[in-house]
Ligand binder design. Structure first.
Ligand code: PAF
Length: 289
């Protein structure tokens, strides 16, 4: 596996690979790799001839009150994992090489990014779309892979690709879960034992919602109430949102119809019911009615 921190070097390597006619698959990450990332890597490996993974903890997508400083950093282990996975190239840039001190250009999707997670994390998606635009410009991949756990992020990236004519195909891969259903996330490492136990209620609530739809419940409000009940009685988490939306555009719906997104965001480690913002977990399922 080639490892490079240099944008110039990476561009040269990509040029060489492109000349051979190989398709480039790209998996952007912030490191602390887990099975969720590895499933993206496995899929990318199958569908492309040359695989690039980036590890870059993007400061632009964290607000000052968020967990940028304590975000898990495991570069040694990550490198070993990527080598074992036979990734061709690891791009591991330094922050000041991605963002010059006088950096002042941003990429922002302005509709989808204002909903759900965008409401509680203002500026987050602008940070994501800016860094992804930069990475796509540097790497020019044919295919790029994102997890369904961050469904809103994946939809927004699909949107900027369409709106800005990037020549990359975006693939969304299924969420990978722990045995008890908790969606894998680097942030799960923050959970105490008690919170870890409680956190399985997120997926249990999502499954209950799915069952209600299978039983022909058409009223999103009733389903949201039921999810809320499950979350409240099984955890001390404070809920950021419970949402049932049109899965294509995350617009609100009055009736369950077609492909729907059911999403939950909750803060664990909350103090007296008040969101301390310590560990924010998100999860979702897509249900066809
Ligand atoms: O999902 C993530 O890990 C990040 O948001 C991403 C896509 C790597 C951009 O920094």
């Amino acid at each position: 596996m080639i490892t490079t921190k240099s944008i110039t070097n990476l561009k040269k390597l990509v040029k060489k690979v492109k000349k051979t006619g190989k398709t480039i698959g790209f998996v952007p990450t912030m490191g602390a790799l887990h099975e969720g990332h590895l499933s993206l890597i496995d899929r990318a490996k199958k569908e492309s001839n040359y695989l690039i993974v980036s590890i870059f903890i993007n400061p632009l997508q964290f607000s000052p009150s968020e967990d940028f400083k304590r975000y898990p950093r495991n570069i040694k282990i990550d490198k070993k994992t990527l080598k074992e996975k036979k990734v061709n190239l690891l791009f591991y840039p330094q922050t000041d090489k991605i963002y010059n001190p006088d950096f002042s250009t941003f990429v922002e999707e302005t509709k989808l990014s204002k909903k759900l997670c965008g409401k509680s994390r203002p500026g987050h998606f602008k940070g994501v779309t800016t860094v992804i635009t930069k990475l796509f410009n540097i790497i020019n991949p044919d295919l790029s892979y994102f997890g369904q756990k961050d469904y809103q992020q994946a939809l927004i990236i699909k949107k900027i690709v369409r709106d800005l004519n990037f020549a990359v195909k975006i693939k969304i891969a299924p969420t990978i879960r722990e045995k008890d259903g908790l969606a894998l996330s680097s942030r799960n490492l923050y959970l105490s034992q008690k919170e870890r136990k409680e956190s399985k209620s997120i997926y249990q609530a999502l499954l209950q919602a799915k069952q209600m739809i299978k039983n022909n419940e058409k009223n999103p409000k009733k389903i949201i109430n039921q999810i809320n009940k499950i979350m409240v009685s099984n955890s001390t988490a404070s809920i950021d949102y419970i949402a049932i939306r049109d899965a294509n555009n995350l617009e609100e719906i009055k009736e369950i119809k077609g492909k729907v997104f059911i999403g939950i965001a909750a803060y664990f480690d909350s103090l007296n019911g008040e969101a301390a913002g310590k560990t924010r977990l998100i999860d979702n399922i897509i249900v066809e009615s």
